[in-house]
Design a protein around this ligand. Structure first.
Ligand code: ANZ
Ligand code: ZN
Length: 857
């Protein structure tokens, strides 16, 4: 028989599956339902190795579950709204829609070359009007239920591009595109009330046993429920009080100042007749708005001259500062500062020479001074009048109790979680379905006028949101009074689009977002797979939408958590390469080196495709310069260490690529892409094919049958636990065992078993082999074999052989074999002879059935 040609087989079987609709999911099926989903991709234009790894893992599970008898839903779609499309429009003058659609076409074609078992009939893009139209309807449902509101909030404003920037677009306080210092500006924005579900979202984490612990912890920290005290300071010489929020009321005797946010009403009032303070507030507004920005910025303050009275001891007063590290939209926008036990307060106190009294100490350190590090550990209260000697927890409770009894404060539960600001002042997103009428105010777009479609004729020539300056799009009649009104021009955060797409995959009725019956049939997603970078926002928002949809009665099946099992896969990494070359005049101009005669060399990254291997090492193809091999890092465009999957798939075939991305490391860890690795996978495809075409035989061979059933049982467990790399190892082992066996009926059976075992991972060669071996129908539809328990009883064991404690070899021996027999087996091994050559064996330690260690010198 001929050799296996992936170039022919891949296309042939992909066409066959498509033609037969092999992977179409039937909601009416009686079989157990299994929903397997990988996070849908953003259509950037080309798939990368991360996609290959992610989608291959899901695909293996989908194919295996189908063979094992489940009705599998394994869909694919496109998270198609977002900024890159608008950037392309601004930079290259292409329309975001055209750019996006072309990217989808290209990426779909690329994904299809991997042979994914996808039900393509359910494909959609979030930029399809009949997807985002339903999203608009859901938004209005939420609004009816009081889960949507509008308020003024601060945004990062780029004064040159005249646009709102996301936090990640603010780099060192400057707009990423314009480079202009970013300002904080107040804008009316739409919010979704995720905080209403804070407790549920937190407590729900406890039910997600099949989620990685680290993801649950990250979400819990993000929600950040804490018990604290809100209390009022009296301000000396004024009628009003100052309300502050603290999670550490125990440290109150360690207070040395009070701090208020730059935008705190008190600060604004004082600034009215204090120009210096007004200028300081202006300064504060110019820095970023994120918590991280404020955390890292230098602590700065302005002494207002006011003093507040300590609620536990009226003889004590504290100065009030406007401080740049106090956030307006957290707690009450005001704090008391306890420098000894809070790092931000300590940095601040050192700068403004405020006292740093210690009030909590571990035993024996009662009088230890505080250096440059605040003490946040456990201990007992010290220097705190009647609190002295109490534990932190008891002191917190005692102060809350006293405050409540005396009426100057209340115990509260606070959350770090903020309501979700969903307004984006951008074109390429779901239009928020609202109309603003001078007479009627905010009017929802009536259901029969949905979807509110994006206009196609838009102009990206000038900065700002094209929806605002479109000549006619926003002009509408008010649905309520019929008068002239205007459409909302904000679009929804694209995280809204990915918060319910998994529900739309289950059914796609025209007149509704989804069919609750289909949700009951398919949801929750049995296995969700994606990158850990989505551990917080995407997963939290999706969990929130699911609960909110249940809350408004759209989901009836009692679904609360959308993803039963979550898996976060590791990244694909690669070596980095660089060359150092003489600088050119052009470089000097770009880098502004004219005045720096010493800067004569420049170091540049090189992509794997730009270098070649020679006997003198790695050489840069274009310049012939020596290439420096750098660290292994996540594949990224900036380091140029990416490998494009497309030519690799063309050259080696889909199966080899799939096999390699499953093979080398546990799926949650990073995988280093290497040429040797893909070559090895490709050789295995060849080995498999030689087995398929090997001579058949007669007679029995229990050993090889046992090997096959052992592999089958092991692989089934590996699949259950997503241990794909172990599956690969087991298949290598079985292949080795079959290669060693003589032709027999048993060997042929083992080969047929192997073909089915590898089918989920290497579906193309498996189909080809299945057909060649006379299998019925498609292997994709064949039953997953069941291991025969009788053949699983192990009567041989694999014993590790160490030399001076280092693993050198393994030997197979009969279970319970006596020491002498094992020792004799070991001594007869070539590898052991080599490892002990010229040395004396001092001692042989035998642990029966497990291990032999030779001590040599
Ligand atoms: C006094 C204190 C003493 C505090 C101490 C901490 C340690 P979490 O746990 O994240 O909720 N805080 C309160 N409102 C703030 C705001 N608007 N901007 C900046 N910081 C604010 O943090 C609660 C703590 O953060 C509060 O407890 C308060 O400082 C500060 F040894 O009060 B603490
Ligand atoms: Zn009106």
């Amino acid at each position: 028989m001929t050799s296996f040609d992936p170039a022919k087989a891949d296309g042939k079987w992909q066409a066959e599956w498509a033609g037969r609709e092999t992977f179409r999911a039937d909601t009416a099926s009686e079989r157990p339902k299994r929903y397997i989903l990988e996070m849908f991709p953003y259509p950037s234009g080309r798939i990368h190795m991360g996609h290959v790894r992610n989608y291959t893992m899901g695909d293996v599970l989908a194919r295996w579950r189908k063979m094992a008898g489940d009705e599998v839903l394994h869909p694919m779609g496109w998270d198609a709204f977002g900024m890159p499309a608008e950037n392309a429009a601004m930079e290259r003058g292409v329309h975001p829609e055209g750019w996006t659609r072309a990217n989808i076409e290209a990426m779909r074609a690329q994904l299809q070359t991997l042979g994914l078992a996808i039900d393509w009939s359910r494909e959609f893009a979030t930029c399809d009007a009949d997807y985002y139209g339903h999203e608009q309807a859901l938004f209005l449902k939420f609004m009816e239920a009081g889960l949507v509101y509008r308020r003024e909030a601060y945004v990062n404003w780029d004064p040159v591009d005249m646009t709102v920037l996301a936090n990640e677009q603010v780099i060192d306080g400057k707009g990423w595109r314009s480079g202009a210092p970013v300002e904080r500006k107040k804008l009316s924005q739409w919010f979704l009330k995720i905080t209403q579900f804070a407790d549920e979202l937190l407590d729900g984490l406890g039910t997600l046993e099949n989620w990685p612990d680290k993801v649950r912890t990250m979400q819990a920290n993000w929600i950040g429920r804490s018990r604290g005290l809100t209390f009022r300071f009296r301000i000396e010489g004024r009628d009003e009080g100052l309300e502050v929020y603290t999670t550490r009321p125990d440290t109150m005797f360690g207070a040395s100042f009070a701090g208020i946010a730059a935008d705190h009403p008190l600060a604004l009032k004082l600034a009215e007749d204090n120009a210096q303070l007004a200028a300081f507030i202006e300064e504060c507004r110019k820095s970023g708005t994120s918590e991280a920005d404020l955390e890292t910025a230098e602590k700065r303050g302005f002494d207002t001259g006011l003093r507040v009275i300590h609620p536990l001891d009226e003889t004590i007063t504290l100065p009030v500062f406007v401080a740049n590290f106090v956030l307006m939209d957290y707690g009450t926008g005001a704090i008391f500062g306890c420098p000894a036990h809070d790092q931000r307060d300590l940095d601040f106190a050192r700068k403004y020479a405020l006292p740093v009294p210690r009030v909590v100490a571990p035993e024996g350190e009662e009088n230890a001074p505080i250096g440059e590090e605040a003490y946040t550990g456990p201990g007992k209260l010290v220097n705190s009048e009647w609190l002295t000697g109490m534990d932190v927890a008891d002191a917190i409770a005692a102060v809350i109790e006293k405050a409540e009894a005396e009426g100057w404060g209340e115990g509260t539960t606070q959350y770090r979680l903020r309501d979700w600001g969903v307004s984006r002042q951008r074109y390429w997103g779901t239009p928020i379905p609202i109309i603003h009428c001078d007479d009627c105010g905010v009017v929802p777009v009536p259901a029969d006028q949905l979807p509110v479609e994006l206009p196609k004729d838009v102009d990206f020539g000038t900065p700002g949101n094209p929806l605002v300056r479109h000549p006619s799009w926003k002009q509408v009649d008010c649905p309520s009074c019929g008068g002239k009104a205007e459409r909302e021009t904000d679009t929804l955060d694209t995280f809204a689009d990915s918060s319910w797409y998994f529900l739309r995959f289950a059914s796609q009725p025209e007149d509704r977002p989804f069919d609750p019956k289909a949700i009951a049939a398919w949801l929750p997603v049995d296995q969700y797979i994606g990158g850990v970078e989505h551990a917080i926002l995407h997963l939290l928002y999706a969990r929130f939408w699911t609960r909110a949809l249940a809350h408004v009665g759209m989901i009836e099946s009692g679904l609360t958590e959308p993803f039963r099992q979550l898996f976060t896969q590791g990244m694909v990494t690669h070596e980095t390469y660089s060359v150092t070359r003489p600088a050119t005049d052009e470089d000097r101009r770009i880098w502004g080196w004219d005045k720096d005669p010493g800067a004569d060399y420049i170091t540049e990254w090189r992509s794997p495709a730009e270098i070649k291997r020679t006997d003198k090492g790695l050489i840069d193809k274009s310049t012939g310069l020596k290439v420096l091999v750098g660290r292994v890092e996540k594949m990224s465009k900036s380091k140029k260490n990416t490998v494009d999957p497309e030519p690799i798939i063309q050259r080696y075939g889909a199966d080899a690529v799939r096999w390699f991305v499953l093979s080398d490391s546990p799926p949650e860890r990073d995988l280093e892409w290497s040429e040797a690795g893909i070559e090895g996978a490709s050789r295995f495809v060849g080995r498999l094919w030689r087995l398929v075409t090997a001579e058949a035989g007669t007679g029995d061979d229990e050993a090889v049958l046992k090997a096959a059933h052992r592999a089958l049982a092991g692989v089934t467990e590996d699949l259950e636990a997503l241990r794909f790399n172990k599956l690969v190892a087991r298949c290598y082992e079985l292949t080795g065992a079959i290669e060693k066996a003589k032709p027999s009926k048993s060997r042929s059976e083992a080969i047929r078993m192997l073909v089915r075992i590898v089918a989920p991972a290497m579906p193309h060669i498996a189909e080809e082999a299945w057909a060649a071996l006379g299998g019925e129908g498609l292997v994709a539809e064949a039953a997953w074999p069941e291991a025969d328990p009788a053949l699983l009883v192990d009567d041989s064991v694999t014993i590790a052989v160490q030399v001076n404690g280092k693993l050198r070899d393994t030997v197979d021996a009969a279970k319970g074999a006596p020491r002498e027999e094992i020792e004799a087996l070991v001594m007869a091994r070539e590898k052991i002879a080599a490892a002990t050559e010229g040395k004396t064996v001092r001692k042989v330690i035998v642990v029966p059935d497990r291990l032999v260690n030779l001590v040599v010198a």
